[in-house]
Design a protein. Structure first.
Length: 403
């Protein structure tokens, strides 16, 4: 019997509530072992941050994994200051968005030995003669000298593309320089074999860099995608959640038939959607004092889940940030149409682009695919490829609450 898992909703899952994803974990370790820099990409809520925490909690000997989250960062100075703080801050970090695994703590203590010397005092302030990334590069140079021969520092930066996009909102030129600065750091011979960057994000970094005409700034980074669970794994996760003592509905209510109904509705199997659905079933069965589950009650719980705005609203907000003016209208029109009709073909998309005077729409469509809104169905109408929402849950929400 597998260990029960608590139905956490919205907290990053770690330790005993982490549902193992061996395929995905291996992919990341293999990429890290190859020494490459990595872009770890998948739509929001697919479990990226949870997986990074899992790597930290189960490290491989020679990799020192540090984690910082930069979603709200909006300048290069702020970014490199944070990065410096992770390396040099005192123990017992309490800062939000920073996480150091147990194993890495000892190594960082060693590194902090350099905290007292001049390097740590490098000011990363605006108006300094030295650009912030140069100052950071010097610090990193000193840090790697403290590592033993077989140790490598892995700097995991969560929501990196979002930070780049925030910077671009103030100044596209600054964002471009920021991305190129990262490349410069990665290419620095002094620590090429000692430091690896793992950029993580829900927002397509490729798209952000393309927009800034800086695609070459990331062409040395290898993309690793996080795939959703397979149906069998999703079934196992459901079984482990309903077996947990903190999950009130009776385990016996979840017959094979009921589980199949849940799985059919979810279809895009990421832990989050499984958890919010099971949460909705719990609330619904409690409020209505159910003594069994039926297709009807599952359907009602599903509708209630869709009514919880905070589960989904990010998907809408994010588009507003990423696209402006006519492009925004075009994107919303495409999604509205797809939500209603379940699929849309290439010629309809082209028509909508024409309607909104959007001349170059292929990269926008790519971004929608990449960021987890739509996928190709694999079929085609007489007018070209067909697209649908990746997640039927998101499709239903979009149709009911946005379109
Ligand atoms: N491996 C996992 N085991 C259990 N729950 C998970 C797992 N991965 C993700 N979750 C759930 O999904 C939610 C979103 O995961 P998170 O790691 O924050 O995704 P992302 O970083 O891709 O947005 C978490 O709050 C957690 O409830
Ligand atoms: Mg995350």
């Amino acid at each position: 019997m597998q260990k029960p898992i608590k139905n956490l909703v919205g907290q990053v899952a770690d330790k005993e509530n982490f549902f193992e994803r061996p395929r995905e974990t291996k992919k990341l370790w293999d990429a890290l072992a190859s020494g490459e820099h990595i872009l770890f990409a998948a739509p929001r809520r697919s479990g990226k941050t949870s997986l990074l925490f899992h790597l930290q909690d189960n490290p491989k000997e020679n990799k020192i994994l540090i984690f910082l989250e930069v979603e709200s960062v909006s300048s290069s100075v702020e970014f490199f200051k944070r990065l410096r703080d992770v390396l040099l801050q005192d123990d017992d970090l309490s800062s939000v968005g920073i996480r150091i695994g147990e194993g890495a703590k000892n190594v960082l203590r060693r590194i902090r030995g350099i905290g007292s010397d001049a390097l740590a005092k490098i000011e990363l302030a605006d108006g300094e003669k030295m650009p912030p990334h140069k100052a950071f590069e010097r610090l990193l140079g000193a840090v790697v000298k403290k590592l033993s021969d077989d140790e490598q520092l892995v700097i995991m930066i969560d929501e990196f593309a979002q930070a780049a996009q925030n910077i671009a909102e103030n100044s596209p030129q600054a964002a471009k320089e920021f991305l190129l600065a990262h490349r410069e750091i990665r290419q620095n011979r002094a620590f090429r074999d000692k430091v690896q960057f793992l950029y993580c994000g829900s927002v397509g970094l490729e798209y952000v860099t393309e927009r800034l005409e800086a695609s070459n700034a990331i062409n040395d980074v290898r993309t690793v995608n996080l795939r959703p669970l397979q149906r069998e794994e999703a079934r196992e996760l459901i079984q482990r959640i309903i077996a947990h003592e903190n999950y009130p509905p009776e385990k016996s209510w979840f017959t094979e038939e009921i589980i199949a109904i849940l799985l059919d509705r979810i279809r895009w199997f990421v832990p989050y959607y499984i958890q919010i659905f099971l949460d909705a079933v719990q609330t619904y069965s409690n409020d209505n004092e159910l003594t069994e589950l039926t297709e009807t009650s599952i359907g009602k719980a599903y509708s209630q889940m869709l009514g919880v705005r905070k589960h989904f609203v990010w998907w809408e907000e994010r588009l507003r940030k990423a696209f402006k003016g006519n492009e925004y209208k075009f994107v919303v029109d495409v999604l509205n149409t797809t939500a209603h009709k379940t699929s849309i073909d290439a010629s309809e998309i082209a028509n909508l682009a024409a309607k909104h005077n959007v001349e170059v729409f292929k990269p926008i469509l790519e971004a929608l695919k990449h960021d987890g809104y739509v996928v190709e169905t694999g079929e085609a109408s007489g007018y070209g490829k067909l697209y649908r929402f990746v997640s039927p849950i998101l499709q239903d929400w979009w149709r009911l609450y946005v379109a």
